[in-house]
Design a protein around this ligand. Structure first.
Ligand code: NAP
Length: 289
């Protein structure tokens, strides 16, 4: 069993770290807001560290699941960051959704010190994290992937290596681009049904078995009809993710016309105070009541 450090015990990190501890690993946690780390240790055992560096110093594998680019750079490479404190031969796995550029920066900084790095963003939401069934898209060297796989499998049902550093983040961008278009289409379809006076239960029963079926339709269709959005994947996180997609597309030259429009819609919803709503709240812009 390995010595593990886990940095960032948010909606995702808290249960992910719990699954690693549940598999028998020796886990030290760090969270910026200390109360969450204390609660985690009270529930799962292990130890609390006051800084990422202190958590990482004795670890074989360090994982982080924080927020945006500056947050990962802070916990990994900042003043009390993990990577400068890690021992040679250890492995850093970042599960946050950030730019491919940050993944490459971590790989370069780790490489200089003989530390392996993996960008390993996840998909599957809070429920996937809680039941340990996330999809994990991984960028990094094959040897580092092999070393990190048993730990990633503690919280991942599907763990796929995409290629070198940054490709895990690029795969997650594809995931978010696909979700954005599907959710806008589903919003338009369901709002159309409501305006037409259709029985939406019957409608969802019918079309969720056909070619229009999607995870969003199956898991969010009924709540969208009921105007329930106070759960799930906060649309402010999605705004961040789509910003990252658009920045990457500007570099590669891939057009993202629908993604750009949907990113604007999420901006409107956030400005209206709905930033913590689930991403399915796109339908709010269309609903009359
Ligand atoms: P969250 O609940 O807001 O938690 C964020 C965590 O990161 C908290 O522990 C927070 O500490 C910590 N953090 C943020 N900035 C930090 C900084 N500068 N220094 C130190 N710690 C910092 O977020 P989440 O939903 O778990 O999401 C985490 C990552 O996973 C994000 O990149 C997100 O896009 C991605 N993701 C989320 C979902 C989802 O459904 N929620 C799904 C897939 C991927 P405090 O407790 O002190 O605030």
């Amino acid at each position: 069993m390995a010595h593990i450090a886990f940095l960032g015990l948010g909606v995702m990190g808290y249960p992910m770290a719990g699954h690693i501890a549940g598999a028998g690993h020796d886990v030290t946690v760090y969270n910026r807001t200390a109360a969450k780390a204390d609660a985690w240790v009270a529930q799962h055992g292990g130890a609390v560290a006051q800084t990422p560096a202190a958590a990482a110093a004795a670890a074989d594998i360090v994982l982080s699941c924080v927020g945006d680019d500056p947050d990962v750079l802070e916990v990994a490479l900042g003043a009390d960051g993990a990577i400068p404190a890690m021992r040679e031969g250890a492995l850093y796995i970042d599960n946050s959704t950030v730019s491919a550029d940050v993944a490459r920066k971590l790989a370069a900084a780790g490489g200089e010190r003989g530390i392996g790095t993996l960008d390993a963003p996840v998909s599957g939401g809070q429920a996937g994290a809680e039941n340990g069934k996330l999809t994990v898209m991984v960028g990094g060297a094959q040897g580092d992937f092999d070393a990190g796989l048993p730990v990633m499998q503690c919280y991942g049902a599907r763990v796929v290596r995409m290629g070198e550093a940054g490709t895990g983040q690029q795969a997650k961008m594809v995931n978010q681009i696909c979700i954005a278009g599907v959710l806008q289409g589903l919003s338009e379809g369901l709002n159309f049904a409501i305006e037409a006076g259709l029985d939406t239960d019957a409608l969802l029963e019918a079309i969720s078995g056909g070619a229009a079926q999607s995870w969003q339709m199956v898991n969010r269709g009924e709540t969208m009809v009921r105007n329930e959005f106070d759960f799930g994947f906060a649309l402010d996180w999605m705004r961040k993710d789509l910003r990252i997609c658009l920045e990457e597309a500007a570099r590669t030259g891939a057009p993202l016309p629908v993604t750009e429009i949907v990113a604007g819609y999420y901006g409107e919803l956030s400005a209206a105070g709905h930033g913590r709503n689930d991403t399915s709240a796109l339908i709010r812009r269309l609903r009359k009541g």
